[in-house]
Design a protein around this ligand. Structure first.
Ligand code: MCA
Ligand code: AMP
Length: 497
């Protein structure tokens, strides 16, 4: 029984048990989950989606999207969720690369997506709304497709250091092994109610949040997005919360966020970006809770975590999770380094993905001796706790979203006004860090930031667009001609203050 859905469903509680509490006060039960996901699986079959076919989805967060995810697993197809911020230009690339059999979107984006899909040969486009209403008329049972452990369950695109997005292929067992491991490690049970405010097109909200809840037969309070007031209202009914550091920073900004409000909570979990030790301490003083910080990647699922029982140490991501093998390696030679030395974090285990979609060479280049090379720099302290101290990859994480400078620089460099550009991470109080562009204009008197912004607005998702544009006469470069980003980061460090 390797189909992830079948594996999760084998442990589902009584059908009347709540799975999701929705903002309108309605409840989706485990019985509804089984019925509605079966309806979607039937619809996929009716639309000609076969085993192994990709189902691409760009839609606002909703319970129907989760039911489509589960229906896709049941039909043996491959779920491909896309950030709602992606522009038409970005979608064009994903459609060509993934060749989905079906693209699912919202009514508002249908007029833009339909012609795009037609042009690249995607056979069908449906709105989630219409798919859901048709699914409701389908039988409530479905014979789940038999899948091997290594068969694909999902593809999630992650940008690359070279600027081209890569589809990380995740198998049924990559996701299943991680879900059950997390349930045990973080002690999830059927009594839990997770406050869910993360997007569901990324690993954190879709797999870490949803799969762990399903594996435990637990429930969630399903909010459309992070909204501080809605969080304050929901917290007293929750037992745990998962969030990116920005969630915690914003909650601490709320005067009404206090110990009393969270007295039913047993666990706060943070990940996707570094949680500063200061925020960890401030949170602990305000609420009495030590946030459990963990570390993971789209390619590897969750791999390192502070303990559920034991010290959760601020500024560390904890220890390797059960079944996960971690080594700290010399970035150049790959040799394992002794405890205390800084090196690149490398990861092996059943959680590690199957490779990048149709990029065998890229995949091979990111593995060493069976370990996936994360590109994050870390060290292990004498107690075995791991700290992330930097990145060997040129990546900016803004509010939990990844921005690859190479992709932004490529868009900027194509503008007629730009001679060359460099994009660097600059500290931002709420988002952790955000991209800032340093631009050398073709005409040295040109300094029109709005014109630059207008030039990239349709090309890059909003969160990738620079928060500030700084004009300079020349970029600092070393003898090899490589841009000195360390110096630029230092020069720009107060730009967003
Ligand atoms: C929204 N905007 C952003 C971001 N989010 N800009 C930069 N960085 C962001 N993260 C922009 C919008 O385009 C908009 O721009 C303006 O900010 C306000 O939009 P709004 O929707 O109101 O934003 P928000 O609600 O304030 O969103 C901030 C957020 C959200 C709550 C931090 O980005 C979020 O939920 N982030 C979580 C991301 C996540 O789940 N990451 C996990 C990846 P304008 O006003 O100009 O239109 S998985 C992962 O990393 C690994 C595997 C792991 O370890 O988990
Ligand atoms: P993604 O490519 O969206 O899967 O993001 C994965 C990246 O997020 C990792 O390679 C890390 O750089 C970063 N990350 C995730 N969790 C943490 C954390 N707790 N602390 C620091 N960085 C993190």
């Amino acid at each position: 029984m390797s189909n992830l859905y079948s594996r999760l469903a084998a442990g589902f509680p009584d059908p009347a048990t709540p799975f999701a509490h929705l903002p309108d006060g309605s409840i989706v039960t485990y019985g509804d989950v089984a019925r509605r996901s079966a309806g979607f699986a039937h619809m996929l079959r009716a639309l000609g989606v076969g085993v192994g076919d990709r189902v691409a989805v760009q839609a606002n967060k909703s319970i129907d999207m989760l039911m489509l995810y589960l229906g896709t697993l049941r039909a043996g197809a491959v779920f491909l969720p896309l950030n709602t911020a992606y522009t038409a230009g970005e979608l064009d690339y994903f459609m060509r690369d993934a060749e989905p059999a079906l693209f699912v979107c919202d009514p508002a984006t249908l007029p833009a997506i339909e012609p795009l899909a037609k042009a690249v040969g995607v056979p069908r486009v449906e709105t989630l709304e219409s798919l859901a209403s048709q699914a409701a008329g389908q039988p409530g049972g479905f014979d789940d497709a038999v899948r091997e452990d290594g068969n694909l369950a999902a593809i999630l695109y992650t940008s690359g250091t070279t600027g081209r997005s890569k589809g990380a292929m995740l198998s049924h067992d990559n996701l299943g092994s991680n879900a059950f491991m997390l349930k045990d490690a973080w002690a999830f049970t059927g009594d839990d109610v997770l406050l869910h405010a993360l997007p569901i097109f990324h690993t954190h909200g879709l797999f870490v949040g949803t799969n762990t809840v399903l594996a435990a037969g637990a429930a969630m309070i399903f909010l459309p997005k992070f909204d501080a007031q809605a969080m304050l209202a929901a917290l007293p009914r929750a037992t745990c919360m998962m969030g990116v550091p920005t969630f915690y920073i914003r909650l601490l900004d709320e005067p009404g966020f206090n110990r009393d409000l969270v007295r039913h909570i047993r666990l706060f979990i943070s990940g996707s970006a570094p949680l500063s030790a200061d925020i960890h301490r401030e949170f602990s003083e305000r609420t009495g809770h030590a946030i459990l910080e963990r570390y993971g990647m789209t390619e590897t699922n969750m791999t390192i975590s502070n303990p559920y029982v034991g010290d959760r140490i601020a500024g560390t991501v904890g220890m390797p999770m059960p079944g996960v093998s971690i080594r700290i390696a010399d970035p150049d030679t790959g040799a394992a380094l002794p405890q205390g030395d800084v090196g690149v974090i490398e990861i092996a285990g059943p959680n590690v993905f199957q490779g990048y979609w149709r990029m065998p060479e890229k995949t091979a280049a990111e593995f060493r001796d069976g370990y996936f090379i994360s590109g994050d720099l870390g060290l292990v302290d004498e107690r075995g706790y791991i700290s992330i101290v930097g990145r060997a990859k040129d990546l900016i994480i803004s509010g939990g979203y990844n921005v690859y400078p190479a992709e932004v620089e490529a868009a900027l460099d194509e503008l007629p006004q730009v001679h060359e550009s460099a994009v660097v991470a600059v500290p931002h109080r709420e988002l952790g860090e955000a991209p800032v562009a340093v631009v050398v204009p073709r005409d040295k008197d040109f300094a029109d930031a709005d014109a630059i912004r207008a030039g990239i607005v349709d090309r890059l998702a909003r969160y990738k667009q620079p928060r500030a544009i700084v004009f300079v006469d020349a970029l600092p470069k070393n003898a090899m001609g490589k841009v000195q980003k360390t110096q630029l980061r230092e020069d720009c460090k107060d730009v967003l203050a």
